[in-house]
Design a protein around this ligand. Structure first.
Ligand code: DGY
Length: 331
């Protein structure tokens, strides 16, 4: 028997969303939308939580246990615009009986494409080459200038073989790379065969075997600081590290030190521990390509994320379990 829920729930949306998403939300719901696109203060979020049935945050909103405790009784669903939910205290939400939904699947290919772009930009030194054109220092083609590293034949170590990790593996294989992966669970033989991927139960055993590492695991208490100084030291000399997952998975100071010492050849980073702040030590290095968390930033992907948010809210308001309800221990 479906549960009785508001047919036209009141939404509180923390950031500007694509026009098509906002228009459809206005048609279907009583939507409180933002005019400005800036992160809200905690006080503004508490006020929003008090006065809505459904709260629609993004990765830029820290929804911790204190915020949930201060939320009042009205809010009944948190419908996140994004796939990662590390910014939401799931246990605290569930303890209050508030389900949390996310938007998996629709940003997989875009994020995998961006991972390959970042990987190529880093190992082929595109940032340095581009800068030399813009600052006028390029004096023409030369046999020894601007050499990078060929990726064909190199070993890629993928950390986290969920949807995005697998999409990266597929692309990497097409580029002629050998794919290794570390994941809690081994993929079925058929999928491993299609990707030509080798599973490593032990991350520390895989790391000394690869030329490039690409991080695709979620941020959890277990992966927070996973790439610390000790783990970076397990890599061979002149390896590259790519991160399009979450900044906190890498100890940024340890990474900068490994790059400065020449132990690591380079890094491609789309995510940072304290966004939008990026450590000066990383900005100072030519061997690092830095992007502003834009892995999922396509018109198509962001619109589909909005459609998922709406579908989840509709299913919930109809008294059903939303299709993308996140369980505790989701990672
Ligand atoms: C997500 O959805 O978690 C991404 O990081 C936002 O692009």
């Amino acid at each position: 028997m479906p549960v009785q829920r508001p047919a036209r729930p009141k939404l509180f949306v923390t950031r500007r969303l694509p026009d098509a998403t906002e228009s459809r939300m206005n048609e279907l719901f009583e939507a409180v939308l933002r005019d400005q696109d800036t992160p809200l203060s905690r006080e503004e979020m508490v006020a929003g939580l008090h006065d809505c049935d459904v709260f629609v945050p993004t990765v830029t909103d820290e929804i911790d246990a204190d915020l949930i405790a201060a939320a009042g009784d009205r809010v009944k669903l948190i419908a996140n615009f994004g796939v990662g939910v590390d910014h939401i205290d799931l246990a605290a939400a569930h303890a209050r009986g508030i389900p949390v939904t996310n938007t998996p699947g629709v940003l997989t290919d875009d994020t995998a494409d961006m991972t390959m772009a970042l990987l190529l930009a880093t190992v082929r030194r595109m940032r340095v080459g581009e800068a030399s054109l813009r600052d006028g220092s390029w004096s023409g083609w030369a046999p020894t200038s601007l050499r990078g590293t060929r990726i064909g034949g190199k070993s890629l170590g993928i950390v986290g073989m969920g949807r995005i990790g697998r999409a990266v593996a597929l692309r990497a294989r097409t580029f002629g790379m050998k794919v290794h992966y570390h994941n809690r669970h081994r993929l079925p033989d058929t999928v491993e065969g299609q990707l030509g991927a080798t599973w490593w139960d032990d991350l520390d055993a895989m790391l000394p075997e690869v030329d490039i590492v690409s991080i695709h695991c979620p941020l959890t208490p277990e992966t927070d600081g996973l790439f610390d100084a000790t783990r970076l030291a397990r890599l061979r000399e002149h390896v590259y590290l790519i991160n399009t997952a979450r900044g906190e998975i890498v100890d940024e100071a340890a990474l900068a030190a490994a790059l400065e010492s020449g132990k690591l050849a380079g890094a491609g980073l789309d995510v940072f521990a304290d966004e939008p702040n990026v450590p000066d030590a990383l900005k100072a290095l030519d061997s690092v390509t830095l992007l502003p968390h834009m892995g999922s930033a396509t018109f198509e992907g962001r619109q589909q994320m909005g459609e998922k948010v709406i579908t989840n809210i509709r299913a919930w308001s109809d008294g059903h379990r939303p299709p993308d309800q996140v369980l505790e221990g989701w990672a």
